[in-house]
Design a protein around this ligand. Sequence first.
Ligand SMILES: [Zn+2]
Length: 691
Amino acid sequence: MPTPLRPSAAALAVALLLAAAAGLDARRQPAGPPPPPAALPAPVDRGAPLPGALSPRNANYTIEARLDAQTRTIEGRAEVAWRNISAAPTSELQWHLYWNAWRNSASTWLRGRALGGSARALLERPEADWAAIDITAIRLLGDGPPVDLLPSLRFLAPDDGNEHDRTLASVSLPSAVAPGETINIVIQWRARVPRTFARTGTIGRYFFLAQWFPKVAVLHDGGWRAHQFHSGTEFFSNFGAYDVSLRVPAGWVVGATGREQSREDNDDGTTTHRYVQHDVHDFAWTTSPDYLERTARFEHPTLPAVEMRLLLQPEHARQADRHFDATRAALRYYGEWFGPYPYGHITIVDPAWQSGAGGMEYPTLFTSGTRWLAPRGVTQPEGVTIHEAGHQFWYGIVANDEFEHAWLDEGLNTFSTARVIGEVYQPNHHAERFFGGFIPWVYRDIALSRAVDGNRVAGYRASATIDAQSTPSWQYYPGAGGALSYNKTALWLHTLERLLGWDTLQRILSTFFERFQFRHPTPDDFFRVANEVSGQDLTWFFDQVHRSSSTFDYGIADLTTGPAGIRGWVDGAAGREFRDGSSTEGRYETRVIVRRYGDAIFPVDVVVRFDDGEIVQERWDGRDRWQAYTFVRDARAVSAEVDPDRVLLLDLNVTNNSRTLAPRQREAATKWAAIWLVWLQDLLMTYGMFI
Ligand SMILES: [Zn+2]
C-alpha cells in the first residue's frame, strides 16, 4: 500500500505554519501577550502502553508447539499480530532465529566463542547435539487470500557480513506498514533442540526451551534494532501478549512464562498445556517428568501478592525453602525500593545437573541454580536466585536493549542483588569448591562484604581498561562483558550511593523504574533521571565511568613528620647562621603528598592522624596529578589516608591509600600468621582427601 502522509505529521506541519505565522504577528505587536500554543497537537507516542494494558503490546503471539522428546524436535505454528510503533513505514519484517547460532560451526556465535578461546569442545560435539530452526511457511493475512512471504526470506548479517550465519532473517512485505498500523502473520517452523548451548537445550529428559520461536525484531524510530546472535550478548524484544499451547508427553511437568489456563490430554499420549501472559517481551518454557513441584506465596503489606511455583530437581528437595526465601527477598526489596512486581505469579526453575542451564531470566520465569551440598551461610543458591528474580524488574519490566547496553540491566541488577544480600543474608562467607564443585569448603573467618565482594571489585580490576562501557555490548572484547556490564556498573552505582546517599540513589532508581517500566530506555534516559533527581549535573562522572575506559587510583605518595624548626643556613639578625632544627621547641612539621595515579578524577578526602589524637580532614578536588599538604602542629603525624571512607569503590589499588609512621606490627603479624595458617590448613585438607 502507498505511504500516506500521516495525519499527525500533516497536522503538525499545519500547526507549525500557524505557529510561525503567529510568531511573526507577535513581533509586529510586541506589546501584546504571545498567543497560546493551543494549536499544537500532543506528539503521538506509539510506544506508550495501550489503554487498559501495562505495555504497548505491539507484538502478540498465539503459538501452538509440539515437542517430540524422542527426536528432540519442535513443530510450531504462530499467529503474530505486529504493530508498527516506530515513526516511519516499513516494507520488511525482521525475525530472530536464535537457534541457528548452533546450526553450524561458522555461525557468528561460534566464531565469537572461538575468538574468546572457548569453542573447541563445542565444535567437536556430535552432529545430533546441534540445533536448527527453519521457517517452513510464512504468510501475510489480510482481506484477500494469504500472501506467501517465504520466497522473499533472506538471511541478514548486519554485524559482520557472515554468510554462514542464519540467526537474523528478513521477509519483504507486499506493501509498507504505516506507523500505527497492525499486520497479521502466520508463521510455521521446525526446530531441533540442541544439547544445551547458552542455557537452552536438553539433557536426558530435561528440556529448557528459550529463544525457541521465530521472534519479530524491534523496529525503533531509527530503524530495525536487530543484530545477529553473538556469544557475548543477550536479547531485546517487543512487549506483547502471549497465548501458547505446548504439547508434550503426558505426565511431564511443564513450567512456562505466564499462568497455565488449561491442560488437555490427547489421544496420542501427549498433553497440551496452555499458558497465557500479557505485557511481557519473551516466552520461555521447560518440561521434564522429573521435576518436584512446590508452591508458596509472597505477601507484603504494601505490595501485590505473588504466587510462587518452584520446579525442583529431586536431589535438591531439601532446599525448596531457600529458593522461596530468596525469591521473597527479591520481590520484597526490589518492590519496596524500585516498584511493585505486577504479574501475580512467578516460576523458579532448578535446572538439571550438567544441563548447562545456569541462572537466566525470562518473563515471570527464571532458572536458578544450586548444588547438592549447599552449606548455610554461603549465598548459593540465594545469590543467583535473587539476581535472576531481580531481572523481572531490570530487563523484564524496564526492558532495555541488552544487545547494545547490557550494563543497564545487568549492572543495575548486580548492584541491587548485592544490596538485597546485604540486607537479608548477613554474614555470608567465602567458600571454595573441590572435586568438580561437589565438595564445598566454607571459610567461616572470611565474611563477604557488599561493597567489595557483592559488587565484584576483583573481577573489574582485571579488565578495567579493556573497553569503555559505552562500547556496544556485542562488540566488547571477548570475555570482558562480565567485568564491564556487571561489575563496573555495580561499583559505580555503589560509588554514587556513597557520594549522593542511598535516599537519593533509591529515588533515582525508583523514578527510572516508574518512568520507563514497560518501555525500552536507553543509557541517556538513565543519566537524565540521575541528573534530574539528584539535582546535580553528574555528566563528569558518567563521562568517566561510562564513556571512557580510564581508571581511578589515588594514593598517599609520601608522609613525613619532624621538628618544625629550620635545619640549615639562614640569614639571621647576626648574619648567616646554621640552625639545627630544634629552635621551635615542641612544634612539628608534617608533610603529606597525595597523588592521582589513574587518569580518572574524583573528589577525595585526605585524613591525617596525629599522636595527640587529633584528626585533620582535607577535601581535595582530585584534579591535579598531586597535591601537597603541610601542617605545623604540636604533635607528630601518625598516619595519612586518602578516601578513608572508601567512597570511591572504583579505586583500583587501595593498598596505596594509606601510610603510617607507627606500623601496627602486632596486628600485621597476627593477620599474616592467620592467613598462612588458613593456607596450611587448606593444603592439609586437600592432601587429606587423597589418603
Ligand atoms: Zn543477570
